[in-house]
Design a protein around this ligand. Structure first.
Ligand SMILES: [Zn+2]
Ligand SMILES: [Zn+2]
Length: 348
């Protein structure tokens, strides 16, 4: 089979790999859709091997990229209970592999495991290929109502947004301001609307704000053109939004999110990397602010997000502005690297 490999410094190659066969406890998934996530850009841009190292992982040989895998079980290895996986089962993958027995693994949060052994697409083969071999316990069933590309989105970007909105406790009474309308921010806008909130979407690019409108944003603000804190104050009778969330990872956006949160409100960190300098007294203490950090989701949260999206008939596929074949990998990542588009997905 062929698979996409990031070789460092914004270069990639489509290479030949042997088709995998499942060992004990494993399955081989025939990939149908494999999404492109904002965090793939860190790996794509980094020097060879440095991306995995930044995440504390060791990359073993050339790794097939892609951590939003979704497809159909094609082969089942020995010792896999039928209730866990059968040939033909439609499934997503929770893209982290932990020890399987610690309290984090048992609660479905294998990414928090102290012995986390792999992140698919980062330290071990991921979904940008025809087949992916994974332990059966990392599969999350895909509801029949959902397409494979929607399953791919739920497997990281959309699932991350759903997890964060739950962590900050969004309700339909509230106004939320979401900074950064990349794939996660756009999903946040769409899901927050579906949960009944009033959504203010912010970004520095008009293309992405246009997408945010299509995802249901009530108001969009270009924070390059307008002061975001002032704009949010004007829209909230001078109080600020009950909830804010940063999906950009940009220090200025993080600080603006904190400063546009109302007294007693909650701000959520979702975008990765970078840092932020906060005046703790003025920005936080004097306003009784709560800061929440949210990193992706558990296996249970992933299944719950898929169920929510199916039951509410949310058009998650709108987050995809580009669909590709494997041999278009180069143009796909070149365009995604501009951070002006929606999400891309490889359909296999
Ligand atoms: Zn564990
Ligand atoms: Zn991701």
């Amino acid at each position: 089979m062929r698979g996409i490999v990031f070789v460092g410094d914004r270069k990639l190659e489509v290479r030949e790999f042997p088709d995998p066969t499942p060992g004990p406890g494993e399955v081989v998934l025939e990939m149908k859709a494999s999404g492109m996530c904002g965090s793939d850009l860190h790996l794509y841009r980094a020097p060879a091997g440095a991306g995995a190292k930044d995440l504390g992982m060791k990359e073993v040989g050339p790794i097939i990229a892609g951590h939003e895998p979704c497809g159909v079980v094609a082969a089942v290895g020995p010792n896999v209970p039928e209730v866990q996986a059968q040939v033909g089962m439609r499934a997503m993958v929770h893209h982290y592999l932990g020890c399987g027995v610690c309290k984090h693994c048992r609660s479905g949060w294998s990414q928090l495991c102290k012995k986390v052994t792999a992140i698919y697409g980062i330290s071990q083969h991921g979904g940008h290929a025809k087949y992916l071999k994974v332990p059966a316990r990392t599969l999350v069933p895909l509801p029949d109502e959902l397409s494979f590309e929607v399953g791919a989105a739920v497997s990281c970007g959309t699932g991350t947004a759903y997890g964060a909105l739950k962590r900050i406790g969004l309700s339909g009474r509230e106004t939320i301001a979401i900074f950064g309308q990349g794939p996660v921010g756009l999903s946040g806008t769409q899901l927050a609307k579906a949960m009944g909130a009033r959504v203010i979407a912010l970004d520095v690019g008009d293309e992405r704000l246009e997408l945010a409108k299509q995802m249901g944003a009530d108001i969009t603000i270009n924070s390059k053109k307008d002061d975001p804190v002032q704009a949010i104050m004007d829209l909230t009778h001078g109080e600020g939004a009950e909830l804010t969330m940063d999906c950009s990872g940009n220090p200025d956006a993080r600080l603006a999110a904190i400063r546009s949160t109302r007294t007693w409100g909650t701000m959520g960190f979702v975008g990765e990397g970078n840092n932020v300098i906060i005046d703790v007294s003025t920005d936080l203490m004097r306003r009784q602010l709560t800061l929440v950090a949210s990193w992706t989701f558990s296996t249970v949260g992933q299944a719950e997000c898929a169920r929510f999206v199916a039951d509410r008939r949310i058009a998650v596929e709108k987050v995809f502005t580009h669909r590709y074949r494997l041999d278009q990998a180069e143009e796909a990542y070149k365009l995604f690297d501009t951070q002006s588009t929606g999400k891309g997905v490889f359909l296999l």
